[in-house]
Design a protein around this ligand. Structure first.
Ligand SMILES: [Mg+2]
Length: 415
């Protein structure tokens, strides 16, 4: 268990407060403007005093000083200085509400500018957990699907294998009540066997069926078909007779397809990267509609693929969840980790999408663009206000105590 500063909440708080106090690169522009602006404003103030004291109202010290102070007050570079941090603070606060964590202000700025998104497959586009996907009964077996599933589930519930867990969860989700099996036996790597309601149930691979001399010719083409799309099929026999099969596979998150088409509509090229064989990768990639698929990429080569894209002058965002994604998350111009993934990926990334919903990539871009537009507006208004206000103050139409209340003008709320 994690305690103290290692808890997820503590980490979120730290990331948010670091972001809010960090500088985006655009802040440097603001700082540069302030650096030129302040000495000029001071010179104008001195000049204003001299004009009033010696020319306009000779000898009138208090009045002349008042005009000079008015120039200084209106020229307060606060508005310029605050333009970026207030927007960054508002933007990252808003992002946190949407369960998006930017590691710093720099990353809020960078998120608007990438043109290519590389998505890891397992755990990013897909749920990363196997689920029961197919139930296929052999012809003329004399049982209905419910009975078949009760036999399968009652046998598999004794097994600790993750695929067995997926099968049992899939079956109990259909509101079927499993019974207690007897004589359970597991054959690691091959399958399981048990007695359910007086029948002998055998579930497993082709080899297991062969060992028990159960004919499975009719099942083979179906099985090959399922396996070609990345599914794991398990054969089921009852009392030495082949009865059907069940298949499990990792499934696509419900939100992935819509999220990917949204990213494409924003003009981004969406690429899927995976270690899976080309055929399996294509099944998933085509289902969610990515532009390009990079399959059979070894974990250590993922970062190389990102670099290759960068040498084509692309700005690349990488989205991943696993330990093996960490190098590519660091290599990419923007690394985005799925919050439901590994801590290593989150640590390596610049942005964390807490909920693992790919729609949040588009949301992050939206927040980034809005924040940047807001910063530019703030800078514009701060400068506009100063260039109008200073001459008015110098002429003597503004008293410092009136001006004092006006510089809040430049701080426009973000949304
Ligand atoms: Mg993964």
């Amino acid at each position: 268990m994690k305690v103290g500063k290692d808890t997820t909440l503590a980490q979120i708080i730290k990331v948010v407060s670091d972001t809010q106090s960090s500088k985006a690169p655009i802040q440097r522009i603001a700082d540069k403007i302030s650096g030129i602006f302040v000495p000029i404003a001071i010179r104008i103030a001195i000049f204003t005093f001299l004009i009033w004291y010696f020319l306009a109202t000779p000898g009138e010290f208090a009045g002349s000083l008042e005009k000079a102070v008015a120039v200084l007050v209106i020229a307060c570079p606060c508005a310029l200085g605050l333009a970026t941090p207030t927007s960054i603070m508002a933007g990252s606060g808003r992002a946190t509400e949407w369960r998006i964590l930017f590691k710093s202000g720099e990353h809020i700025e960078a998120t608007q500018s990438f043109d290519t998104v590389v998505l890891d497959k397992t755990g990013t586009i897909t749920k990363g957990k196997p689920q029961l996907t197919n139930i296929i009964l052999a012809d003329g077996v004399g049982v209905d699907e419910d009975e078949f599933l009760i036999n399968v589930g009652s046998t598999e519930k004794n097994s600790e294998h993750p695929l067995a867990e997926a099968i049992v969860n899939g079956i109990t989700a259909k509101n079927l009540t499993l019974v207690d099996a007897i004589d359970f036996q597991a054959f690691p790597g091959y399958g399981v066997r048990a007695q359910v309601n007086g029948n002998e149930i055998l579930i497993g691979t082709r080899k297991l069926m062969d060992q028990y001399q159960i004919p499975i010719e009719t099942a083979l083409p179906i099985m090959a078909d399922l396996e070609s799309t990345g599914k794991t099929a398990m054969l089921v026999a009852t009392d030495q007779k082949y009865q059907g099969l069940v298949a499990v596979a990792d499934t696509v998150k419900e939100t992935s397809k819509a999220a990917i088409s949204h990213l494409k509509s924003l003009g981004l090229e969406v690429i899927m990267i995976t270690g899976d064989n080309t055929r399996t990768a294509r099944t998933i990639g085509e289902a969610v509609g990515v532009d390009k698929i990079l399959a059979e990429v070894l974990p250590e080569e993922k970062a190389k693929e990102i670099k290759k894209l960068q040498t084509q002058h692309r700005k690349v965002a990488m989205v991943g969840d696993g330990i093996n994604d960490a190098p590519s998350l660091v290599t990419a111009d923007i690394g985005m980790a799925i919050g439901t993934g590994t801590d290593v990926a989150i640590e390596a990334a610049d942005v964390t999408l807490m909920q693992g919903d790919l729609n949040h990539i588009g949301d992050a871009i939206h927040i980034s663009r809005k924040t940047m537009r807001n910063i530019k507006q703030n800078l514009f208004w701060a400068l506009a206000y100063n260039s109008i206000g200073i001459p008015i103050a110098a002429i003597g139409f503004l008293a410092p105590w009136v001006v004092e209340q006006q510089w809040h003008l430049a701080q426009y709320p973000l949304y």
